[in-house]
Design a binder for this molecule. Structure first.
Ligand code: SF4
Length: 300
């Protein structure tokens, strides 16, 4: 980890900035501030980046690009919103084409204030981001060594940001399996997920206070619909997905039947649901590359 924090790789994206903040980001690379002397490397490849530096507010064109860059970055990763536009939408907040700050699309870890944000503040934001990056790495390591103590609990609306972040991380692995970036799990916004709490029961798997898995269940007549099984990639292949399914089933004591769906060719999900006792009963094409497979199970 010391290598990571001593030489963080940063990717910068201009979401719809007036260029003011971007000039200041550029100033950080000039000899006066020279962040490269601190080991910072400006990369153009999200798969090599640890820190995502975003300027400007979110508009229709930048929303998908922000998601795609974020989803392609490896874990652990940190997002820094630079300037008031990236933090909240700023003076453009009420514009017809602006949907808000960066946190309306992806979770933000560090906010750098200012219009334009000063280079000193941007460098300070990157230093804070390094602290967050190191902490995320430590949390993950601690959780991995404490796997015997996973707690399965009912999630609350206040867990929504952490669950969304988990869903996007886990969803990225699925996107690679399907070779499809536009999966519904990757498109969901924080507001949509918060609204889901009014319709569904969420169960979370927690280690050391960190959510590493989640699932949701919803009642339809005498059936409980089980969906959105997400397990953090670090913790997959440890039976957490099957335990989550088992726990969410317990939340519907009156259900006579359970139904779930996953995509073909996601063999891992099919296998997980098979081990939980589910059997395929219908398929439905979603995209040329993905077929939804519906599975069911009667209550014994
Ligand atoms: S915060 Fe100010 S300088 Fe930065 S992008 Fe917005 S309007 Fe431009």
């Amino acid at each position: 980890m010391s290598g990571l924090s001593k030489s963080p790789w940063i990717i910068h994206y201009d979401a719809s900035s007036c260029n003011g903040c971007d000039i200041e980001v550029l100033a950080c690379l000039t000899p006066i501030f020279d962040v490269e002397r601190l080991g910072v490397v400006n990369t153009g490849n999200p798969k090599h980046a640890d820190i995502f530096l975003v300027t400007g507010a979110v508009n229709e064109q930048s929303r998908d690009v922000i998601r795609n860059i974020y989803n392609q970055m490896p874990e652990p990763k940190v997002v820094v919103a630079v300037g008031i536009c990236a933090s909240s939408g700023g003076i453009f907040r009420e514009c017809y084409n602006i949907s808000g700050g960066i946190d309306s699309v992806i979770p933000v870890d560090v906010y750098v204030p200012g219009c334009a944000a000063r280079p000193e503040a941007i460098v300070d934001g990157v230093v804070q981001a390094l602290g967050v990056l190191e902490q995320k790495h430590k949390d993950t390591q601690a959780a991995v060594s404490n796997m015997d103590n996973v707690l399965y609990q009912r999630a609350e609306k206040s867990d929504a940001p952490e669950i969304l972040s988990l869903q996007k991380t886990a969803g990225q692995c699925e996107a690679e399996v399907y070779n499809e970036e536009n999966l519904p799990a990757l498109q969901q916004t924080l507001e949509e997920l918060r609204n889901d709490f009014d319709r569904a029961i969420f169960i979370k798997a927690v280690v050391n206070g960190k959510i590493i898995g989640s699932v949701r269940g919803r009642a339809r007549d005498d059936t409980a619909l089980v969906s959105s099984i997400s397990v953090h990639p670090y913790f997959q292949r440890r039976d957490i997905g099957r335990r989550l399914v088992e726990e969410v089933e317990k939340a519907f004591p009156d259900a006579k039947r359970f139904e779930a769906f996953t995509g073909q060719p996601n063999q891992r999900s099919l296998h997980l649901l098979g081990r939980a006792g589910y059997q395929e009963f219908k398929t439905e094409p979603f995209t040329p590359a993905i077929t939804w497979v519906y599975l069911q199970k009667e209550r014994k």
